[in-house]
Design a protein around this ligand. Structure first.
Ligand code: BES
Ligand code: MN
Ligand code: MN
Length: 425
């Protein structure tokens, strides 16, 4: 494949991690041009001791084997490795799919551009400027992304909605140093007490709704047609609960689990710390408290407007007894993608060939912030053609990609290029 796409060898610099960009114009100026996007970066593999095999593949000479890494990364019909499903394995499906077409059929009936970036997992900060700089080379008629999941094993899907995101860190400072909680407690404000009281005000416990004033102002209602369509997918709440290893499911009053996951905004503390964290007890009144939290957003919420409202609410509920610093870490816009564009219909046909079953439309609670940027800057529709499964443990130890998904993804990609050939009329 590297001889077909020689530029695949070269990383191109950005302000951050390099991008890989390669193209072939086999089909000429009148044929459609397809941009395939994916990402080679991954979330940190830690904690390493929870992996059953090395997170980055087979042990090679010089690697320090962890005592728990006893098994082959390819086992039980799965590839177990960081990035196996998110997103290196899915990118590889397209590389093998292109190779298959080139070997078995011949020159591609569409022009293909490959754009593989290295900062998706941190919100793609360097890619938008890189796109601006290289805008002319990125002209395309459709964007194909395989970085989402199928609905279920054997049930392929096109994802037509991604959530957006706002991510905050809040730091509270109280007394100038940690204090004896007997000598000072009750009289001196405790920043951890204050922070937990504040965080408890983010969600209304009676309704499960986010309590930030104006938070829901732009939330688009789920249509009756969507409710009916999603009810028809007969989502298994109990299996979902079991896959999370959770003792119960929660949610916003009036919405099913699937509606909550796909079309309602959420608030989650991602981490909270401060004070004594060691073994045993230490009677201390801590000087500082810290929290990281994020909200997933849905159409038509605007991340900046939501950040402003969250910040105003934090200022309102923070007592004057502590000093607060609010940091906006990153954000991304929610998107709904088209369902009846010819490129989507081509994707549906390719999935059917690849997996031998009719695909369904789904949404996801995950985010791929660059998709909104593609719509704005390239003006081309995105087709989210995902080959993963919800139980792939993306971002967790023992992330895996089923070989059935891998081979189905390769077959889908091998069929995709011919299916896309006619999309420009
Ligand atoms: N591939 C995921 C997005 C995703 C997750 C799609 C679950 C479908 C189901 C992507 O790599 C990801 O993890 N995105 C981050 C974005 C964030 C760091 C800006 C996410 O959703 O947390
Ligand atoms: Mn991903
Ligand atoms: Mn990810």
């Amino acid at each position: 494949l590297q001889s077909a796409f020689p530029e695949l060898r070269d990383a191109r610099p950005t302000a951050g991690h390099p991008v890989v960009f390669a193209q072939r114009a086999d089909a000429g100026p009148d044929a459609p041009t397809i941009l395939v996007y994916g990402h080679y970066d991954v979330q940190p593999p830690e904690p390493l001791e929870l992996w059953e095999s090395p997170p980055f593949g087979r042990l090679v000479a010089g690697d320090e084997p962890h005592p728990n890494w006893v098994r082959d990364p390819v086992r039980d019909g799965r590839i177990v490795a960081r990035g196996s499903t998110d997103d290196k394995g899915q990118v590889h499906c397209h590389l093998k799919g292109l190779e298959t077409h080139l070997k078995a059929v011949g020159p591609l009936p569409v022009n293909v551009k490959l754009l593989i970036e290295g900062e998706e997992e941190i919100g793609s900060p360097s890619l938008a400027p890189w796109i601006d700089e290289h805008r002319a080379r990125l002209d395309c008629d459709a964007v194909i992304i395989s970085d989402t999941a199928m609905y279920a094993p054997g049930v392929p899907a096109i994802t037509n909605g991604l959530k957006g995101l706002v991510y905050f860190q809040v730091d509270l400072e109280g007394p100038s140093h940690d204090l004896h909680s007997g000598a000072f407690g009750g009289a001196v404000p405790n920043p951890v007490n204050v922070l937990t009281q504040m965080m408890a005000k983010m969600i209304d416990p009676a309704t499960g709704r986010i309590a930030v004033p104006g938070f829901y102002d732009e939330v688009r209602d789920i249509t009756d047609a969507e409710r009916a369509e999603w009810a028809g997918l007969s989502f298994d709440d109990a299996a979902f609960q079991a896959s999370a290893g959770a003792d119960a499911l929660i949610g916003e009053t009036g919405y099913s689990v699937l509606e909550q996951l796909w079309a309602r905004p959420t608030f989650d503390l991602n981490g909270i710390w401060g004070g004594f964290q060691g073994h045993g007890a230490k009677t201390v009144l801590p000087a500082e408290a810290h929290a990281k939290f994020s909200c997933r957003l849905v159409p038509d919420q605007d991340p900046t407007a939501i950040e402003d409202r969250i910040e105003a609410y934090l200022q309102q509920i923070c007592p004057p007894t502590v000093r607060m610093t609010i940091t906006r870490l990153h954000s991304g816009k929610p998107v709904l993608t088209e369902r009846d564009h010819p490129a989507v219909l081509a994707g549906i046909r390719a999935l059917k060939s690849g997996f031998g079953a009719d695909p369904v439309f789904i949404r996801t609670g995950g985010s791929i912030p660059i998709v909104a940027t593609f719509a704005e800057k390239l003006g081309a529709p995105t087709v989210l053609l995902g080959f993963g499964l919800e139980d792939d443990r993306a971002h967790s130890p023992n992330e895996k990609f089923d070989l059935a998904c891998y081979t189905g993804g390769i077959k889908t990609s091998a069929h995709l290029w011919s299916e896309l050939a006619g999309i420009c009329g």
